[in-house]
Design a protein around this ligand. Structure first.
Ligand SMILES: Nc1ncnc2c1ncn2[C@@H]1O[C@H](COP(=O)(O)OP(=O)(O)OP(=O)(O)O)[C@@H](O)[C@H]1O
Ligand SMILES: [Mg+2]
Length: 321
């Protein structure tokens, strides 16, 4: 379980798998409040609209309109799909119920359809916000020929359940593999939320958020840290930043040196011109001496002086650790 996960014991009567007696639903309760996911504005607007439709459903009803009943969240791992589902539920004032299809299907496949129906019935009755996580799991199982008939019935069961889902609840689904989703299923969701790879501005916002109370110690190195984390998901950004903070606290290491080690590893993986661009932008940011930058990137101090002017700070080089 992640450090920020708050799970509740299941309410009585919640469906369990008959063979294993394990709960088929996980519950996230973020009703105490949670921070807004860091996302591009257009996507966040789309997500906020879903919650607003719920909170102001009477205004829609005056015009004969229901709120959207369902949404599918699509994107690579670690970009905030599950987090956003939790946020939506919290804003609506409900816990998030998660049905992990992999878990459901790991029980005897012949019983999956029953399990599924019981979960949907229970969720409808409780007007829940229900997330079908890893909805592509069914499609993945298709490779096993012996399961084909059963899996077809399962897809049909899901299609029927999505169709019959009432607007009193909210049905969400998440996937990393939109290409594996049956088009008939895809079509049935009212809203499609596309999560792309994290943009530079989002990485910086996440770095600042996850540095939290240690931000002042790392402030001069935020630019370099963001650079080192380019191309990573916000989930990886979080893991790296929390790791750095632990190291800084327990080993009394200098924040600048820790970030420099990270940047050095990143620059090792770059070609010559990439390293030069990195070195020049670090020099222009004025947070490190030319000696330090040169040690990190292998770019000559003369080059830095030529493109970024004289070193603004005097400082010894970094140890490469
Ligand atoms: N957009 C974001 N804003 C803030 N934090 C994020 C964001 N994306 C990821 N994180 C951090 O990473 C963690 C994992 O993200 P999450 O579980 O939502 O990813 P996911 O898209 O559901 O990935 P997967 O496809 O692997 O299930 C979150 O709990 C959060 O701490
Ligand atoms: Mg997820």
């Amino acid at each position: 379980m992640r450090h920020d996960e708050k799970r509740l014991p299941p309410p009585s009567g919640m469906p369990v798998d008959i063979d294993s007696n394990l709960s088929l639903i996980r519950i996230f309760d973020d009703l105490g409040g949670m921070q807004t996911p860091i996302l591009p504005a257009a996507l966040l607007d789309q997500i906020t609209a879903i919650t607003q439709e719920r909170l102001e459903r009477d205004r829609l009803a005056d015009h004969g309109l229901p709120p959207s009943r369902s949404a599918i969240l699509v994107g690579p791992p670690g970009v905030g799909k599950t987090l956003s589902a939790r946020w939506i539920a919290a804003r609506i004032g409900k816990p998030l119920w998660v049905l992990d299809l992999t878990t459901v299907m790991s029980s005897l496949l012949g019983k999956t359809g029953n399990n599924l129906r019981r979960v949907f019935d229970y969720a409808k009755e409780h007007e829940a916000v229900l997330l079908l996580d890893e909805i592509d799991a069914i499609a993945k199982r298709r490779s096993d020929e012996s399961d084909v008939g059963e899996l077809k019935r399962l897809v049909t069961a899901i299609l029927q359940e999505v169709d019959a889902w009432p607007d009193t609840g909210l049905l969400l689904a998440a996937t990393n593999h939109p290409d594996l989703i049956d088009p008939a299923l895809w079509r049935r969701f009212d809203v499609v939320l596309n999560f792309g790879p994290a943009q530079a501005a989002d990485i910086e916002a996440a770095v600042r958020r996850y540095l939290d109370q240690d931000l002042p110690a790392f402030e001069p190195w935020v630019g370099m840290l963001c650079f080192s984390l380019q191309g990573q998901s916000l989930s990886e950004v979080e893991r790296t930043v929390i790791g750095l903070r632990r190291q800084a606290i327990l080993s009394n290491a200098d924040a600048g040196q820790l970030v420099a080690n990270l940047a050095a590893r990143k620059s090792d993986g770059m070609d010559k011109s990439g390293r030069r661009d990195l070195a020049i932008s670090l020099a222009r940011s004025g947070t490190m001496s030319h000696n330090q930058i040169s040690d990190l990137t292998g770019v000559a101090r003369d080059t830095l002086r030529k493109y970024a002017g004289p070193s603004p700070i005097k400082g010894r080089g970094f140890k490469r650790g």
